[in-house]
Design a protein around this ligand. Structure first.
Ligand code: SF4
Length: 195
């Protein structure tokens, strides 16, 4: 799934790689797998500065000049879409992180209902216990897109990291070369199998 040679992926040796992780429409399982890197996270901290992440940073705005970003999840709503475009504009190496990012996977199952309105009606009216009501709070509740889309259908992606979730070993195999100025060679079922 990886291209053989990516863009120059390293920061200059004199500074740490600026690493980000982003959570779009996913279950956060891919981020949990990132935390499963356990003690290697200490090595990662020597090589990289986490500049934006739901698990490693309290920064609210995606920063400029990010070297590498792991993007978990499909693109399901207007907020996901806006953040993804920011990520793309401000990131050198964008990694489609996990099966939901690569194929839409679980969140994409709602695409079988053919549109945002049927999904909302099913969830909030047909299956509601009481008198249901459709959510409508512009600026607070983001509008659903008509379909959940994989990341690469909206922006270019440098690297694909499949798995539901990708194992910690797989995440390390992708990140370690990038943080050391190289490019990962991902091949074989252990590293690129879906599911
Ligand atoms: S790929 Fe699997 S673990 Fe990752 S966000 Fe999707 S459902 Fe969760």
């Amino acid at each position: 799934m990886s291209s053989g040679t990516g863009p120059s992926s390293s920061a200059t040796p004199s500074r740490k790689v600026r690493l980000a992780t982003v959570w779009l429409a996913g279950c956060s399982g891919c981020h949990m797998s990132f935390l499963d890197l356990d003690e290697w996270l200490l090595e990662l901290a020597e090589l990289a500065e986490i500049v934006y992440s739901p698990v490693g940073s309290d920064v609210k705005t995606y920063p400029e000049g990010v070297d590498v970003c792991l993007v978990e999840g499909g693109v399901a709503n207007a907020d996901n879409l806006e953040l993804l475009h920011q990520v793309r504009a401000r990131t050198r190496v964008l990694i489609s992180f996990g099966d939901c990012a690569i194929t839409a996977n679980i969140p994409g199952m709602r695409n079988m209902l053919h549109g945002a309105d049927p999904v909302l009606r099913k969830a909030y009216l047909e299956l509601a216990d009481g008198s249901g009501q459709l959510p409508h709070a512009p600026g607070i509740v983001p509008e659903l897109l008509e379909r959940v889309l994989p990341v690469h259908e909206l922006v270019p992606v440098e690297l694909y990291l499949p798995g539901c979730p990708p194992s910690a070993a797989r995440i390390r195999a992708a990140l370690e070369p990038l943080l050391q100025g190289g490019w990962p060679e991902l091949s074989g079922a252990d590293l690129i199998r879906f599911g």
